[in-house]
Design a binder for this molecule. Structure first.
Ligand SMILES: CC/C=C\C/C=C\CC/C=C/C=C/C(=O)SCCNC(=O)CCNC(=O)[C@H](O)C(C)(C)COP(=O)(O)OP(=O)(O)OC[C@H]1O[C@@H](n2cnc3c(N)ncnc32)[C@H](O)[C@@H]1OP(=O)(O)O
Ligand SMILES: NC(=O)C1=CN([C@@H]2O[C@H](COP(=O)(O)OP(=O)(O)OC[C@H]3O[C@@H](n4cnc5c(N)ncnc54)[C@H](OP(=O)(O)O)[C@@H]3O)[C@@H](O)[C@H]2O)C=CC1
Length: 331
């Protein structure tokens, strides 16, 4: 009897080993990853009541493209007057016109390289003249690319950390000082990433800078509550945008493996993060400050857990594994 069980167990161990190998090679074995996505359909509509941002002004850096554009569209739909700021004025203007014509609320395009403190100061001057100081600030602009760290030049390091950390700091400090002077409260939101917490190879300048942004926002949440300012952070997991995917997965080779490890079986959508950003920036979240919100379909915990690859073990295989484990006597 014992020999028969051990024989089956040995065969099973080989199957399990080979399944794990298949999983590593092709990203999927045993239970199919991805089919569960039907349990988690993305909803696209604005979640907050219409008019939630009436009489609010919102500044969104990097608001001309990708996730920043989606956040701008949602805030505008909910009544905000938006200012979008980045380097490429033509793209900003096109986005501003498209969103304004859909929502009926004005979106202003302001050119600004956030790496340059003088340009940031001029951008805020322009904003004050157009709309007055903002109620909502979303620091979303970023730069990134995958690159082995030994190939990074000093200027490559400086470029990414200047956009992400210094750019966020320049925008936040410039607006913070003026808001304090005017005794006006505001919601500040920074968009970071899940690897700001874990670190990640091959995106080391971005990981370092995003970690710095998180320290900046948590620190200011503690210091500037007394001025009526809230500071929060959203860490998105993978959401398809041209800006991110063309620089992080230029051949598309990693997308399937990425989806396979996400417990909800799919990428996020720009509309989903826009709804979260709108909630965090709204008065419904007026008690939320210093929060770090991971928004990744479960990817972070999936990457972290040593045994998570056991998802590929089938129920029949579990029966045998359990017998093997129960039959172990002593250590
Ligand atoms: C399947 C899943 C795929 C993806 C999603 C997965 C996971 C989710 C986590 C994702 C996190 C995402 C975080 C993001 O931040 S995505 C945002 C991406 N968007 C952008 O980057 C938009 C803006 N980017 C740019 O404008 C440029 O890419 C750049 C380089 C950042 C800045 O442009 P700029 O014109 O200012 O700079 P350059 O003069 O071109 O370069 C400066 C410096 O860097 C060197 N460099 C540039 N590119 C590379 C490269 N690919 N590899 C190595 N080095 C590079 C360049 O050579 C310059 O250095 P020197 O030569 O002067 O020494
Ligand atoms: N998409 C994803 O999967 C994830 C994205 N994120 C984060 O989400 C945010 C948005 O990224 P995403 O929409 O995907 O990518 P995009 O490339 O579309 O957005 C980046 C924006 O930053 C602006 N920008 C870059 N450099 C500067 C600069 N020096 N000054 C001002 N603006 C600048 C760009 O505009 P312009 O070129 O006109 O300057 C662009 O609009 C980023 O913070 C990113 O790190 C985090 C995790 C995952």
């Amino acid at each position: 009897m014992a020999a028969r069980v051990l024989g089956r167990a040995g065969r099973l161990a080989a199957v399990v080993r080979s399944s794990a190998l298949q999983l590593r090679l092709h990203g999927s074995a045993g239970l199919r990853f991805g089919s569960q996505a039907s349990f988690f359909p993305p909803l696209g509509d604005a979640m907050l009541p219409s008019g939630s941002f009436n009489n609010h002004v919102a500044l969104i850096t990097g608001g001309g493209t990708g996730l920043g554009r989606a956040m701008t569209a949602t805030l505008s739909q909910l009544g905000a007057q938006c200012i979008i700021a980045s380097r490429k004025l033509d793209i900003l203007q096109r986005t501003a016109e498209e969103i304004s014509s859909q929502t009926g609320n004005k979106v202003h395009a302001v050119q600004c390289d956030v790496r340059d403190p003088q340009a940031v100061s001029q951008c805020v001057d322009q904003m004050e003249a157009l709309t007055g100081l903002p109620d909502v600030i979303i620091n979303n602009a970023a730069g990134n690319f995958v690159c082995p760290s030994e190939r990074l030049s000093p200027n490559a390091w400086k470029t990414i950390t200047d956009i992400v950390l210094n750019g966020t700091a320049f925008v936040t400090l410039e607006l913070g000082k003026r808001l304090i002077q005017n005794q006006k409260g505001a919601s500040f939101l920074a968009i970071t990433t899940i690897y700001a917490e874990s670190g990640s190879g091959f995106v080391v300048p971005s990981a370092s800078a995003k970690a710095g942004v998180e320290a900046l926002y948590k620190s200011l949440a503690a210091e500037w509550g007394r001025y009526g300012h809230r500071f929060n952070i959203i860490q998105p997991g993978p959401i398809r945008t041209k800006g991110a995917f063309s620089r992080l997965d230029p051949t598309g080779a990693f997308e399937k493996a990425t989806i396979d490890r996400i417990p909800t079986g799919r990428l996020g959508t720009p509309a989903e993060i826009a709804n979260l950003a709108a909630y965090v920036s709204s008065n419904y979240a007026s008690w939320m400050s210093g929060a770090v919100i991971r928004f990744d379909g479960g990817e972070y915990v999936s990457l972290a857990g040593e045994f998570n690859e056991l998802r590929s073990v089938t129920p029949d295989q579990w029966k045998i594994l359990e017998v093997m484990i129960r039959n172990t006597k002593g250590s």
